[in-house]
Design a protein around this ligand. Structure first.
Ligand code: SAH
Ligand code: DHB
Ligand code: MG
Length: 222
């Protein structure tokens, strides 16, 4: 198997099973036109996020790393009428773009974009004693993953689900000697997970239109 075939199979699976809403298609196409990096989740991965959030009937969702709002809109599809998503983005142009996308999707009422360094935003959320989240998607700067996991735990409750993107990165995660800050961020986070009795966890490799990568999945059990 080669990346070309992975891409082809993703196209097939998406055509067979996965339907973007018009808002999702618009978000993806507008982001490409704007020249945003192609770092959003694939459609079939977005559908997985939607299903995971839907399965636990998530009403409050926290996302770290908005980009153009593509994964946010997938998660929003799982939201009940009184549900809410807080999504965190450091880049002001991206935050503004995502807000426009959410407005066009008619989703501004349920999605709040918090512009600024997520580390600071998350600290503020914790200090403010914000209502806990049912589902957390961590998908921002990878060196901060340990910090984001700690914050996610402080802001979640037993039963919450935490998903982290990009934990495999072409297999680099298995290199204990790596001095890549992204790899170190993921490995340090895994070490935290392993030691934390509050967490049940696994991680899965994925191949497809996003190359060879993977997700970590955690359930808060205590
Ligand atoms: N979740 C998106 C993709 C996010 S890409 C999707 O799948 O559609 C990662 C995003 O995290 C980028 O837009 C980047 O600007 C943002 N980011 C990087 N460092 C950050 C930080 N310290 N705080 C908040 N956002 C950050
Ligand atoms: C990158 C970040 C992501 O969140 C992603 O899904 C793919 C790539 C990156 O920073 O390269
Ligand atoms: Mg990602």
């Amino acid at each position: 198997m080669t990346p070309d075939r992975w891409e082809e199979v993703d196209r097939y699976l998406e055509a067979a099973l996965v339907t973007e809403t018009p808002a999702l298609t618009l978000a993806r196409e507008a982001a490409a036109r704007k020249g945003l990096p192609d770092h959003q989740v694939a459609a079939n991965q977005g559908a997985l996020l939607m299903m995971l959030a839907g399965t636990i009937a998530a009403r409050r969702i926290l996302e770290v790393g908005t980009l153009g709002g593509y994964s946010t809109l997938w998660l929003a599809r799982a939201l009940p009428h009184d549900g809410a998503i807080d999504t965190l983005e450091v880049d002001s142009e991206r935050a503004a773009f995502a807000r426009e996308i959410f407005a066009e999707a008619g989703a501004s009422r349920s999605i709040a974009v918090h512009e600024g360094d997520a580390r600071e935003t998350l600290t503020r959320f914790q200090t403010a004693g914000r209502e806990k989240y049912d589902f957390v998607f961590i998908d921002a700067d990878k060196p901060s993953n340990p910090h984001y996991l700690e914050a996610a735990l402080a802001l979640s409750h037993p039963g919450s689900l935490i998903v982290v993107d990009n934990v495999v990165r072409d297999g680099k995660v298995a290199d204990a000697a790596s001095d890549d800050a992204n790899v170190k961020g993921v490995r340090e986070m895994f070490e935290m997970i392993r030691r934390d009795p509050r967490l049940e966890a696994t991680a899965l490799q994925t191949v497809g239109s996003k190359g060879w990568d993977g997700f970590a999945l955690m359930r808060v059990v205590a």
